[in-house]
Design a binder for this molecule. Structure first.
Ligand SMILES: Cc1cc2nc3c(=O)[nH]c(=O)nc-3n(C[C@H](O)[C@H](O)[C@H](O)COP(=O)(O)O)c2cc1C
Length: 175
């Protein structure tokens, strides 16, 4: 599987980087990252692109990506994607996912959510985009922040069809 992972300038950049570190071997990540995030990740086995590298392979519809996740997704990037603005590699690649009818998952991080952001999310949801913010679940019995993050990453993996054992499923022992 070829998964595009974009990290934008919302708080929770670490969550995006942690998601990448949890990808199973059969998933190749194509990462679009801020400068600081790039420095952390450049020695790992995934392909890393700068947000201003508009000519990167993932910016083309001819690149056979299977899905894209933006985590965390800033309200700025959310608004641009909702309006079809493609002025950097993240927004261009998201526009490609939409025009090619490929899975696009956004993890918007803001609190509280303003009306404009909510309208943008509704518009994108109606276009088939999955809106999956970083919301912790409390039924999985996390004792640490680490476990809470694993739960959220596991939920995103579920949505992307990536198998994992990152969190304990509700009443799984009864099955
Ligand atoms: C420390 C810090 C935290 C931020 N957290 C958020 C956030 O959680 N959500 C958000 O939408 N914007 C947040 N912002 C604002 C965005 O970084 C800003 O809107 C920026 O233009 C987003 O650019 P991008 O969408 O190209 O990454 C934060 C900015 C800073 C400096």
């Amino acid at each position: 599987m070829r998964l595009v992972v974009a990290v934008t300038g919302a708080s929770g950049v670490e969550l995006g980087l942690k998601l990448v570190s949890k990808l199973p071997e059969r998933v190749t990540g194509y990462l679009i990252l801020s400068e600081n995030a790039r420095r952390v990740l450049e020695h790992e086995s995934h392909r890393v692109y700068n947000d201003d590298d508009i000519a990167a392979p993932v910016a083309s519809g001819s690149f056979p990506s299977d899905a894209m996740i933006v985590v965390p997704c800033s309200m700025n990037t959310l608004a641009k994607i909702a309006c079809g603005i493609a002025d950097n590699l993240v927004t261009r690649t998201a526009a490609v996912m939409l025009k090619e009818n490929r899975p696009l998952l956004l993890a918007p991080r803001e609190m509280p959510l303003g009306t404009i952001a909510l309208e943008n999310m509704l518009k994108l949801s109606r276009l088939g985009v999955t809106i999956a913010p970083p919301v912790p679940g409390y039924y999985s019995g996390h004792a640490t922040v680490e476990e809470m993050e694993d739960f959220m990453i596991g939920k995103w993996f579920d949505l992307l069809g990536i198998e994992h054992t990152l969190y304990k499923r509700w009443r799984i022992e009864e099955l």
